[in-house]
Design a protein around this ligand. Structure first.
Ligand code: SF4
Length: 461
């Protein structure tokens, strides 16, 4: 251990740019056993590991699994990394580590943080490839829990309940499980086979998965409450936020999640929807978060002739992951910072003008962010054939919340006890984006785990 002077931080190799634009395959090559060991050996084994205690929302046993890989004990590393996390092979891929565990690593100050995310995903990839198994006991209790939604929070809750031997019925309205992981995160960041594999493990552990079950239509929430000992609601926040901008009702203006879902459905073999065709078009994406990056990088793979991102602040203030921003730049995306749209209008058949003004950052507001000021007399037109709005998400309200005594706030977010995840109905728990608003996959996973532990405590004592 502590080989951080002799061994430099090694980031994952990426597929060469022109090659990666030809398909939607993952762009990173994850570590070999030797690389995992070499990178794990760099860990300093801090007495108070901030990577885990401050950086990771799951408080994963990071120094312990780094020590295990350094000791060439893949099985111990695999079991430790799966102990606190419901899907380390996914979180190691999709977490914005520079803001989380790696940003809190002691070595980040000068030597280069440990490549925690890459090692985490590589451990599970290598272990699964070697045929290692996760210890699920099988269903050994009579109590049953219904989980509504098969996204990150739902999977996490189901995982920890199954690991305690509690039976879980999971209800998903789509035709495939995974929610945001399947339909919202493009394959070049997260291969869909990885999600399918995780669900195979959960089904083997006893999960009963019910697809194409829309709560309120195919089965009611009240029935689930009656038939089960507890219910977990993890329906995410999937309703794309529109804008008051004039012109967003034009047919060439689409919402980010609608586009990403349509594209993924096409990649699963469904017929392409012509409304979402980007072939040979000039595409403008409005927004600066990770979903905007996903749309930009999807559109360029989808054959767009030019893809630009309009963002009201500067590069330093982009909310999205820096890693994904750099990947987008490498792939030829044009970024226009300090630009605020004020209208979208059709100039000719199939040609839009996104009228924008230049901005500058002013005084800090109450939330700590600098306010945006419009620079007068700077209006100009950015031509586009498709505009994608990536302006955030709201909760898509589930029917029957009120009739089941579940409190929601003015924006439709479910209110819970933050220590246990229980709602105002003592039999119903919740967490993830439908409680927080759109947030990270890892915070949804942490919420699902917290609710599972509270449910176990209540049902099994
Ligand atoms: Fe880092 Fe995310 Fe893994 Fe936690 S779950 S160790 S934050 S990559």
């Amino acid at each position: 251990m502590q080989n951080f002077v002799e061994t430099n931080r090694q980031d994952l190799e990426k597929t060469e740019t022109t090659q990666r634009l030809r398909n939607f395959d993952e762009i990173y090559q994850f570590f070999t056993s030797r690389q995992v060991r070499k990178q794990g050996e760099r860990c300093v084994q801090c007495g108070d590991p901030f990577c885990a205690t401050i950086g990771c929302p799951l408080q994963n046993h990071i120094p312990q699994w780094l020590e295990a890989v350094a000791d060439r004990d893949l099985e111990r590393a695999f079991l430790l990394s799966n102990e606190s996390s419901p899907f380390p092979e996914i979180l190691g891929r999709v977490c914005p580590q520079s803001h989380l565990c790696e940003g809190a690593c002691t070595l980040d100050d000068g030597y280069g943080a440990i490549t925690i995310g890459a090692i985490e995903a590589s451990i599970s990839d290598l272990a699964f490839a070697a045929g290692l198994q996760l210890p699920f006991p099988g269903i050994c209790h009579s109590e049953r829990v219904a989980v509504v939604g098969s996204g990150p929070a739902g999977i996490s809750c189901a995982h920890f309940l199954l690991r305690a031997g509690i039976g879980v019925d999971m209800y998903e309205r789509a035709d495939r499980p995974g929610g945001l992981l399947t339909y919202g995160i493009p394959g070049f960041k997260l291969d869909k086979k990885i999600i399918e594999h995780r669900f195979k493990l959960l089904k083997k552990a006893g999960l009963q998965l019910h697809l194409q079950q829309d709560i309120g239509k195919d089965i009611s929430l009240s029935e689930l409450v009656e038939q089960n000992d507890a219910v977990f609601v993890g329906i995410g926040a999937t309703m794309g936020r529109g804008s008051n901008l004039p012109g967003t009702d034009l047919s060439e203006v689409v919402l980010a999640m609608d586009y990403l879902i349509a594209k993924q459905r096409q990649l699963f073999g469904e017929a392409a929807d012509p409304q979402f065709s980007m072939q040979d078009k000039r595409v403008v994406v409005i927004g600066g978060g990770d979903t905007a990056m996903d749309c930009l990088r999807t559109a360029i793979r989808d054959g767009a002739s030019q893809v630009s991102c309009l963002y009201r602040r500067d590069e330093a203030n982009m909310p999205g992951s820096h890693k994904e921003f750099h990947n987008a730049v490498e792939e030829g995306i044009e970024f226009c910072f300090n630009i605020s749209p004020r209208e979208i209008r059709r100039e000719a058949e199939g040609m839009l003008c996104v009228e924008v003004e230049k901005t500058k950052l002013g005084e800090k507001a109450a939330d700590g962010r600098q306010q945006i000021e419009i620079i007068p007399d700077t209006a100009h037109c950015i031509p586009a054939e498709v505009v994608i709005l990536a302006l955030g998400f709201d909760v898509c309200p589930l029917p029957e919340l009120k009739s089941n005594d579940i409190e929601i706030d003015h924006s439709g977010q479910i209110q819970i006890d933050s220590a246990t995840g229980v709602t105002s109905n003592p039999k119903i728990y919740s967490g993830g984006d439908c409680y927080r608003g759109a947030d990270l996959v890892v915070t949804a996973a942490a919420d699902g785990r917290k609710a599972a532990l509270a449910i176990m405590q209540k049902l099994l004592g």
